[in-house]
Ligand binder design. Sequence first.
Ligand SMILES: [Mg+2]
Length: 373
Amino acid sequence: MKITSVETILITVPFNSGAPSQMIAGRPRTTLDILFVRLDTDDGITGWGEAFGHSITQGTKATIDSLIAPMLIGRDASAHGVLIAELQQRLHIFGRNGPAMYGLSGVDIALWDIAGKAAGLPLYRLLGGTARTELTAYASLLRYTDPAVVARNARAAVERGYRFVKLHEIDVPQVRAGREAIGPDIALMVDTNCPWSVRDALDMARRFAPFDLFWLEEPVWPPEDHGGLAAVRRGAGVRTAAGENAHGLHDFRHLFEAGAVDVAQPSVTKIGGITEQRKILALAEAYGVTAIPHCAYFGPGMLASLHVVAAMPQETPIERLYMDLEASPFGRYTEAVDGRMAVPQGPGLGCDPDPAVLAKYRTHPPSAVTKRV
Ligand SMILES: [Mg+2]
C-alpha cells in the first residue's frame, strides 16, 4: 500500500468564545486554524491527520510540504511503525519539538486512519477496544482576564452539562470568580501556560488553595524545569499537570523521574502522533501517573484523541476547547452534548472531514504540494 500523494490543507474558521476579544497562544484571534494532512495510497485508501497548530500552522504546513512530504512518497503505509521510527530519526536535527515533530504527528495520525480503514475497524478497536461509546468532556475555557467573563462562561459551561471546567487564568480574582460561578461540586482546573518562577508559582499555588483545584497546569517557566515543577507540587501540596510542551517519550521519563506531575498531558498533534502518545501512556502507567491527554483542537487530532482516550482502561476525561465554531469539519463528533462526546464508530478515525467545510474555509488554493506518482 504505497503513499502516492501528500497534501496539507489549512483552514481558518471563525469562532464565538463568549468573550469580546480572545487571546490564543499569545495572539488576539477571531478564527481558529486547523491544519489537515491528507495521505492518499495506491489502493484507494485516504488517511487524515492533524498537525499542530494555532498560530504556527503556516510554519508547520511549509515544513510538511517542503521537508516531510517528499520522504513519504512511495513508502508503504502498511509498514507504519517502521516508517515513523525512521522519520523520527531523519527529522531529529530539525528539532525534537516544533514544526517538524508537529508535521510528523499529523502524518502518524493519518497512517493510523489508513490502518483502521484497511482493517475495517474504528481506531479504538485497533488500540484495544472499549465498551464506552461516549466520553466525559471537560470544558477548556480560553483566557478572558475579565473576572465577570470568566464567571459567565464558567457558569454557561456547567449549564451545558460539563462537570469539569478548566480556566486559563493566572490571577486570584479570575479563579475565585470561576469557582464561585460553578459552585463546590464541579471539578475546577487552572491552566496557566508557564508564567512563573518556582518561587512565584509556589506563592500562587498557595493563594489558589481555597479554590480546591483538581489540578494546576504548567505553573513554572520554563516547561523543561521539571525539578522546579516538582518543588511546586511538593511545596504547595497541589496536583500538577504538564506535558503538552514535552519533547517525546524521554522528556516524559524525566518529568516522571523528577516526581513533577500528577497528570501527564501528551498532545497527539505535537508529540509524534498516536504512536508516541501510546508509549507515553504506558510509561505513565509504570510510574503511577494519571494520563489525561491535551486536546486543544477540532480536526483529526480531536478524533484521534477520542479513540486513544476511549481505549484507555480507566475512564478518562477529554479536553474540549470551550468555543463554538462557525462550522465543524466533523459535524457532531467535535461537539459535547451534556458534557459528553461520542466515540466515532466508523473505520479509522471514524469520520472524514466535510469537503464543503474544507473548501469554504481553506486559506490556500488546492494544489499538488507533492507530485502524484
Ligand atoms: Mg494547557
